[in-house]
Structure formats: structure tokens, C-alpha cells
Design a protein around this ligand. Structure first.
Ligand code: BGC
Length: 953
């Protein structure tokens, strides 16, 4: 019995990996969430009821499982639909009522039931195809299955079959193409009906590759196929398919390319072209088009959709007199316009992420023209949004708008894969908050069908290294399990074709790029790491089962490359890509030796493979890979680490990898943490790491007791830093720390994107460690709440919609007091470790704690030119005072001092100033002498319980 005044509610179950009723699998896993006012609620048992064919069957499952639970019923038959409800019982004797029911439709076809032919005009140019069919009776259900090698959309009786974009999305088309399924019963009418398909090239005809080597990867003309199953009330079934009787004509879309943009001529529109009564006698008969021999399989990830429209924020006139619209946000999508003018008049829209010297900055787009053109039909008010391209942009140059320009008639449509938002981070530190928003926008822009490096230039590829580092952040912000599972299918197909090597981009469409099929550390390791992240965050054991062979194959390939030394040193590597100290045109030449990065990742992949084997009950494999991992770790330590904890590459990424991947332990680990702190400080708390080190350097610092250094690094605004782009007005995360230089000009490098998510992967640490919301057991079944107070923040909190329900954690300072809060979803538990060292084990519900932690400030002894450089840089005020003193006399010297000083312990402030004129030395001495000798904040704070370690001044 549920105690009085309390409720236990269970939501309709989720069937499979998405919220879509169409499932890809006869036995989709089931998940459900309970909400309750009862504290510490844990599930004891569940009833699941399935209603199929008019009868209901119920099963009882004992235990607390509620996430991705194995299908407990007879498998679904192709095309079958059913409804499922759930009822839960608590360990405390409580019970819920039945949940609302969820619908499931087995969208997949039986084997050999796909008969549709791939049809089209036989040319690359966009075109329309149509076919008609007759309905003889009452249709109980009509399921439309369709796909294309290209990008398409499909209408039935002049009505769009769905609202998704750029169907069927991008997969490794030579082996796999998505099948879209829609229930179109409502659109079927008695007698004659029509299907109409708009067909363009999409990814299938895009020219991939760099500079003049860009070329098509997939061969042949775009082609579409559709199969409509009509189930009549009397039990009979009719199947309508695309075949040689269909007809085609040119489309008003004159040309369409993802990189180049879309050209649309409204004079070529054919109203009603997909309606039954349309006369298509002057259309041509289609060709059966040669396409890869692939049976389409049901799309398993959510579709791409228009997610949001944004208004123009400002209309600018550039120095050269152009009209440029500023949407205030770098986004991915396209422009929607409402326009009136003369027939034949053409409006041109050019897109760019940034302005340079007040004009559209298109150079970073390289060979992507990102230009759309619309020619008016002249028939009154016209509406248009290109459908067959997308751009990464904040600014749009509008050329040749007929009559006075009206910004209200233009908006930006944001498009991406339609995943549910599942997390956020908040802080009153405004720049950090904006950084986090930029991370979210970076994900939105680059989760468009596949995870891409960037969305704007002539690239937009599934770089494996980028998503490898970003996956944990992604898994917190959006429900991306299905999305990444789908992409991993392609990784595995590509890997199989490449003899076990997971390529650097998937789909692997740039064979002209040397090394595409070479094993590259941190990139190819996506095949072990991304599945492990999906296990950790979503408890997706199915992806571990599916990926296990790919994991072992990858580790075996690397082992063969490393040879008997187990050091992976002799091949092409990207290393700590984009280390800010690498030459701009040679971003792989990082401070950390590429062999250290590669061998650390070899260890990590071997270890994850061992853990996966153990989870899957494959004990011999578990022993084999655990032993391999142990031997790699030993080889790593003996080759790269001195006994006292120095690394052969004395660079932050090297220490970070060793610490975070668990390659060192005990005193050596602590010594390495200390050395890392020294290096971070020595660089003036500016970033010195690339793609590999940056996402995890704060973890390395905080887990070795250097939260103060992590705080300084995180809140740094000088370049390079996470917040420098924010101070430059960034609204997404940049590819390079200095994609935009301090003088407002675009980094001259060939590779400069303003929307790359990789360096935003630090957000995972903000969620897990700063707000303190981390999964201790898969899917947050046990949550670890262990927030780290950063000196530079007053508060931090995060929420995450876990597979069990909503979780929150965070803290807020008020004077010396810190208030902590946590919300734990039903059927989970949390281990809470507060900064004082106190530990609590709590169950579901809302919890709060208060502790006393005076703001951390160092008691300052008098400072002067003989003070240590480390002391000066660790004291924000002192550092500022020194800089201002130099600046007051010689600005350029101050700038050089700021950029070049290495803030090493054991060296004195006068050393980097030894050539400075005495006036400067005097000014510095004076500025330091004027500083109060103990921190004013500490003096003012009412300290209820003085900390003896901090008193004494
Ligand atoms: C991409 C990166 C990628 C890198 C590797 C670049 O062109 O934009 O994000 O990981 O190449 O070489």
C-alpha cells in the first residue's frame, strides 16, 4: 500500500532507443521512469502488459531494472503494432497505477519483402518523380517506407509524409542506407492516389576532399525508392512500389549542394505536381538507376528537423555598402524568406560565421560557396527556405532584395537531428555561462545526421577523434544514444573494410587524403571509447555487444603496429592536435610526443576492451586484454616516466594522459600532478594543450589536489583560453584557440572554423566535477555527487535527465557558507562527498547541506621584485598590479612581459625584468608595496569557525 498523501507515478514506457513508435527490432528493450513523493524510493517489481491483436498479456519482472530492460514478450512480427503499459511496485510496499500506454509499431519488413526499385532521371540534377495508384476499399493502415541515395522528401496526395529534413541522412552508403517509415493512413483516399518525391544529391553527390582534390566519392545519379503497404479492413494487402512506370520532370530546385548552396527558380514550380489529378503526360519516364547493392534498413536515430526559428537581430551596412543580417548566434541551418517582386528577379544569400573588417568573412569556408539564390515567380508574396543544403552562419549578406529590405520577412531555421535535450549547467559567472551555451550550440550544429567536426566549410566530416573527446559532454546535453549507435554501425562497417582500422573519418569519403586508413590514436580509438561512453551514460549494453569484436580488432591492429615494445610510435599520428604552441600550419607538431599520446590511448583501448569483455562474461578475453593493458602501462612508465615522476615530454598533455587514464599511481601520480600544476602555472594559466589534453586537463588537476590551478585555467580570458573566444563575442566553440585574432582578423591558417565542438569537451568536467553530477554506475543508477568549489566561481549547478529521471546537483556560496543541493531520481541512489570530506549515502528526493568554506585567499606577505614568480602569478591582484605598473610606462613591454614570462617557482620577478629601465622596476616595486598584505575578502568575511590552516595573519 502506498502511504497516504504520497503518489507513485510511472510514465508510459519507452520502447527501443528513441521516442519514436516505430522500432527497428523485434525485441526492443523497454525503459520506464517513476516519479514519486516517497523518499528513497526503489523499485521491487514491475508488471508489463502488452496488448496485441485485441488480447492483453502481462508479465511480472522482479527487481529494480528499469532501463533498457530485455523485451519480455514474444518477438514483434514485421508490421505488427501493439500497446505497452507498465506498473511498478516499490520496496517500501508502494505501488503505482498502470501507466498510460505507449504505442509500438514494428516498422521493419520481413526478409525479402523490399521490392521497390531505385528510380530517378539518371542525372545529378534535382528532379521530381511521381507515380499513382488506386485504392479499392477501406484502408485500415498505410505504411510508407522510403529512402534514397541522395536527399529526398516524399509527399502523398500533395501532403508531406513527415516533417523531417535531408532524408534519409548520411550513412556509409556503400553498405548501409536508412529506410524512413511513416504512417500515412490519414492521407489515403478512395480511388486514385499519388506519391511524389523531390530528389536531390545531398551527401551522395557531394564533392569531398580538400582544395582541387575534392571529388565525388559515391558514384552514380541520385535515386529514390518507396514502398507503400496498404492494409485493407478485409485483411487483404496491396503493395505500391517505385518502378519503371513512374515519371519525372525537372524541379524548381535548379541545383543543390550541401557545400555550395541551393539555387531555386520559382518560375519552374509545378503546383499540385504530387496530387492524383495532376496531368503528368509531358513528364519523362524514369530510369531504374544503378545504386549500391544494399537493402535499406530502418532508420534507428531520430530524423533531422527544423528545430527553431530565429529572428534577425541587427541589419548592418558593411563598409563596402552591402546589407548583412546578424542573427546574433552562430548556428546551422538556413534562411527562410518572404518576398514580393517581379518575375525573374533573383535574391542572393551568402552565409558566413564571422565578419572581418566589417565584411562577410568567407575565407574559412574554403571551397564551400554557402550561397543560396532564389528567383521569384512574381506571383504575389512568395515564401522560400532552401531544403537541400545547410550552412554554418551567423551573418547573411543579402543581395538584390526587391524593394526596401524588411528584416521581419527573414528568419533563420536551425536544423539538426531532433534529440531530446537532457542537461544543462548554470553559473552566475557570465563568461563561463556563455562558454557552456557555446558548447551546446557547437553540439547542435554538429549533430546533423552524423557527428561532424564542423558544419560550415568544405569538410563537415565524421572525424572520429572529435566525437571521441566530445561524446561524454554530448551524452549529458542531449539524448544521443540512438544517434551515436547509428554512426557506430558505420564505423564498424568502415573498419571491417579497412582490415580492422577504424578510419579517421566515418563515412570514410576522402580516400585521396593520405592516411585515411591508417590507425591514428585518439581518432581510431573512438571505436572503443564511444561505446564505453554509451554504456556509462545510458547503460546501453547492446552497443557493447555489437561493438565488442570491433574493439578487440582495433586493439589487435594497434598491438601489431606497436610490436614487442608495446610503444605505439612508428606511424602517422595527429597527436595532441592543435596544441597552441604548434606552428599554425603544422597543427600535429605538439609539445607532447605523439608516441606518448598513442601509447596512452593504446592502453586506454586495451583496458576498455578488457572491461567490456568482463561485462559480457567473456572471461578469457577479459584476462587477455587486462594483461595486455597492464603490460602497456609498464612499457609506458618505463619508456616515458622517470622514477621521480617527470615525463619525457615535459608538457601538460603528457601528464594529463598519464594521470587521467590511470597509467600512474601513488606518489608518482601525485608528483606528476604537482608537475602539471607547475607547468600550467608557468604558462600563466593560459592553455597549452590541444584536442587530446584540453578535455581532461582539469580532471588531472583536480584529482591531484590542484583545484585552484584548474579554476585559474578555466576562468582565464587571455588567449589561449576557453574564455578568450567568449570575450571576442564567440557564440560557438572555435576550432583554434585563436580562430579570431585579438585584432579582429581571422586566423590566416587554412583550417579555421568557428564551430568545432572538440575543445568544448571540458563541459563534461563542469557537469561531473564542478556542479558535481557524475554517473558512478551506468545510466546514473548510482550517482556520485562530489562538487569541487572553484575559487573563481560563486555557484555552479547542473541538471540531467538520466534514464531514471531528473537529477540535479550544485552549490552556491554566501559569504563563508556554501549551500549544496541535490535531487536524486527514484530507483537510484547517490554517494555524496562534500568538500569538507563528509560522505552521505542518499536515496531519491531533494537533499540540501551547508558547509563553511571561507573564500580561498592566500595570506599575502609583503611582495617585491625578489618575490617568486609563482607567488606573483598565483595572486591575481599582484599579477595585475605588476602588469599595470609596466603598462603605465611602456605598453609594448607590458605586452611582451605578459606573453613571454614563464611563471616558474624558484625564480624571482626581477629575472624577466632584468633588462627593464629603472623607472619600470621602481613602478613595479611601488605597485607591489601598495598591495594590502592580507586579503580584504578574508578580513571582511564573518568566519564562524576560523580554519587554523588559514589563520595566523
Ligand atoms: C578537422 C578536425 C580533425 C582534424 C584531424 C581537421 O580538418 O576539422 O577536427 O579531427 O582535421 O586531422
Amino acid at each position: 500500500m502506498t502511504p497516504e498523501n504520497h503518489t507513485v507515478n510511472v510514465h508510459a514506457p519507452r520502447i527501443g532507443w528513441t521516442d519514436d513508435p516505430f522500432v527497428t527490432n523485434p525485441c526492443p528493450p523497454l525503459s520506464w521512469k517513476t516519479t514519486t513523493t516517497l523518499p528513497s524510493w526503489m523499485q521491487a517489481a514491475t508488471d508489463l502488459a502488452i496488448t496485441r491483436d485485441g488480447t492483453t498479456a502481462t508479465v511480472r519482472i522482479d527487481g529494480s531494472e528499469s532501463v533498457l530492460v530485455t523485451w519480455p514478450f514474444a518477438p514483434l512480427k514485421p508490421g505488427e503494432s501493439a500497446r505497452i503499459r507498465v506498473r511498478v511496485y516499490g520496496k517500501d510496499g508502494s505501488a503505482s497505477s498502470w501507466s498510460p500506454s505507449a504505442e509500438v509499431i514494428a516498422g521493419f519488413l520481413p526478409p525479402d519483402a523490399w521490392h521497390a526499385r531505385f528510380i530517378g532521371s539518371g542525372s545529378e540534377a534535382p528532379h521530381l518523380v511521381r507515380g499513382t495508384f488506386d485504392v479499392h476499399g477501406t484502408v485500415r493502415r498505410a505504411l510508407l517506407r522510403s529512402t534514397a541515395f541522395g536527399a529526398y522528401d516524399i509527399r502523398i496526395n500533395d501532403i508531406p509524409a513527415d516533417d523531417s529534413e535531408l532524408k534519409p541522412g548520411w550513412t556509409s552508403y556503400q553498405w548501409r542506407v536508412n529506410l524512413d517509415v511513416a504512417d500515412v493512413t490519414a492521407h489515403i483516399r478512395p480511388g486514385r492516389n499519388a506519391l511524389g518525391i523531390t530528389l536531390t544529391g545531398g551527401w551522395y553527390t557531394e564533392r569531398f576532399g580538400f582544395r582541387d582534390a575534392a571529388c565525388r566519392f559515391y558514384e552514380g545519379a541520385p535515386a529514390a525508392a518507396a514502398q507503400l503497404t496498404l492494409e485493407y479492413e478485409d485483411g487483404t494487402v496491396d503493395t505500391v512500389i517505385t518502378d519503371e512506370r513512374w515519371r519525372w520532370t525537372r524541379a524548381p530546385v535548379v541545383s543543390a549542394s550541401l557545400y555550395q548552396g541551393e539555387i531555386y527558380d520559382a518560375r519552374l514550380q509545378t503546383p499540385g505536381w504530387s496530387s492524383p489529378s495532376f496531368d503528368d503526360s509531358d513528364w519523362d519516364t524514369v530510369q531504374i538507376v544503378a545504386v549500391p547493392e544494399v537493402t535499406p534498413s530502418m532508420r534507428s536515430l531520430p530524423p533531422v528537423r527544423v528545430i527553431e526559428h530565429r529572428a534577425v537581430e541587427r541589419v548592418l551596412t558593411t563598409p563596402s555598402g552591402k546589407t548583412v543580417l546578424d542573427f546574433g548566434q552562430n548556428l546551422v541551418g538556413r534562411i527562410r524568406i518572404r518576398v514580393t517582386g517581379e518575375r525573374g528577379h533573383t535574391v542572393t544569400l551568402r552565409h558566413a560565421e564571422v565578419l572581418e573588417h566589417g565584411e562577410l568573412g568567407t575565407r574559412p569556408l574554403r571551397n564551400a560557396a554557402a550561397t543560396d539564390r532564389y528567383t521569384l515567380s512574381g506571383d504575389g508574396e512568395e515564401f522560400w527556405e532552401p531544403k537541400w543544403t545547410f550552412h554554418g552562419f551567423r551573418y547573411v549578406e543579402v543581395d538584390n532584395w526587391p524593394g526596401p529590405f524588411t528584416p521581419e520577412h527573414v528568419s533563420a531555421a536551425v536544423i539538426h537531428t531532433d534529440m531530446a535535450r537532457t542537461g544543462d549547467f548554470t553559473t552566475s559567472h557570465a563568461l563561463l555561462q556563455r562558454l557552456h551555451e557555446n558548447v551546446v550550440w557547437g553540439m547542435r550544429g554538429n549533430f546533423l545526421s552524423i557527428p561532424t567536426d564542423c558544419p560550415q566549410r568544405d569538410e563537415r566530416l565524421g572525424w572520429t577523434g572529435d566525437i571521441q573527446v566530445f561524446a561524454p559532454t554530448a551524452a549529458f546535453l542531449y539524448d544521443c544514444d540512438a544517434f551515436l549507435r547509428s554512426w557506430l554501425e558505420d564505423v564498424m562497417l568502415e573498419q571491417r573494410a579497412a582490415g580492422g582500422i577504424a578510419p579517421m573519418v566515418v563515412p570514410a569519403v576522402i580516400p585521396q587524403v593520405p592516411g585515411l586508413f591508417e590507425p591514428i590514436a585518439a581518432w581510431g580509438d573512438a571505436i572503443t571509447i564511444v561505446p564505453a561512453v554509451l554504456w556509462e551514460r545510458f547503460a546501453d549494453d547492446d552497443i557493447l555487444k555489437r561493438s565488442f569484436d570491433a574493439m578487440t580488432t582495433w586493439v589487435d591492429v594497434v598491438e601489431a603496429r606497436a610490436g614487442s615494445t608495446l610503444l605505439w610510435e612508428e606511424s602517422l599520428q595527429f597527436g595532441d592536435w592543435l596544441d597552441p604552441d604548434a606552428p599554425p600550419e603544422r597543427p600535429g607538431e605538439a609539445k607532447t610526443d605523439a608516441g606518448i599520446v598513442a601509447t596512452a590511448y593504446f592502453f586506454r583501448s586495451a583496458e576498455l576492451t578488457a572491461k567490456t569483455a568482463a561485462l559480457l562474461g567473456r572471461e578469457a578475453d577479459a584476462r587477455h586484454y587486462a594483461d595486455l593493458a597492464e603490460r602497456i602501462a609498464r612499457a609506458f612508465r618505463s619508456a616515458y616516466i622517470t622514477p621521480r615522476g617527470r615525463m619525457m615530454s615535459d608538457a601538460p598533455t603528457a601528464y594529463t594522459l598519464a594521470i587521467v587514464f590511470g597509467l600512474v599511481h601513488g606518489e608518482q601520480r601525485q608528483a606528476m600532478g604537482n608537475r602539471l600544476r607547475d607547468l600550467v602555472r608557468s604558462a600563466g594559466y593560459r592553455i597549452t594543450t590541444g584536442f587530446v589534453g584540453t578535455p581532461i586537463i582539469c580532471d588531472a588537476l583536480t584529482t591531484t589536489g590542484h583545484a585552484a590551478a584548474a579554476s585559474r585555467l578555466l576562468t582565464q580570458t587571455e588567449c589561449p583560453s576557453w574564455l578568450y573566444p567568449v570575450t571576442m563575442g564567440a557564440t560557438t566553440v572555435w576550432e583554434r584557440w585563436d580562430s579570431m585574432l585579438e585584432d579582429g582578423s581571422i586566423n590566416p591558417g587554412q583550417m579555421t572554423s568557428f564551430n568545432h565542438y572538440a575543445l568544448g569537451a571540458v563541459a563534461d568536467w563542469l557537469h561531473r566535477s564542478v556542479a558535481g553530477l557524475a554517473p558512478l554506475e551506468p545510466a546514473y543508477r548510482v550517482i556520485r555527487i562530489a562538487p569541487i568549489l572553484l575559487d573563481d566561481l560563486d555557484d555552479a549547478s547542473a541538471w540531467h535527465e538520466t534514464p531514471y529521471g531528473r537529477a540535479r546537483a550544485g552549490w552556491r556560496r554566501e559569504g563563508a557558507k556554501v549551500y549544496f543541493h541535490a535531487e536524486i531520481p527514484p530507483n537510484t541512489q547517490a554517494i555524496v562527498e562534500l568538500p569538507s570530506g563528509t560522505r552521505h549515502e542518499v536515496g531519491s528526493g531533494v537533499h540540501t547541506w551547508v558547509e563553511v568554506h571561507p573564500p580561498n585567499s592566500l595570506p599575502r606577505s609583503p611582495l617585491n621584485l625578489r618575490s617568486s614568480l609563482a607567488t606573483i602569478i598565483d595572486d591575481r591582484q599582484a599579477h595585475e598590479a605588476v602588469l599595470n605598473a609596466i603598462r603605465s610606462i611602456d605598453e609594448s613591454r607590458a605586452e611582451t612581459f605578459r606573453r613571454t614570462t614563464r611563471w616558474r617557482p624558484g625564480r624571482e620577478l626581477r629575472e624577466p625584468l632584468d633588462k627593464a629601465p629603472v623607472t619600470i622596476l621602481a613602478a613595479v616595486e611601488q605597485a607591489l608595496a601598495a598591495l594590502p598584505t592580507c586579503d580584504p575578502v578574508v578580513q571582511q568575511a564573518a568566519l564562524p569557525a576560523p580554519d587554523p590552516a588559514r589563520s595566523g595573519h
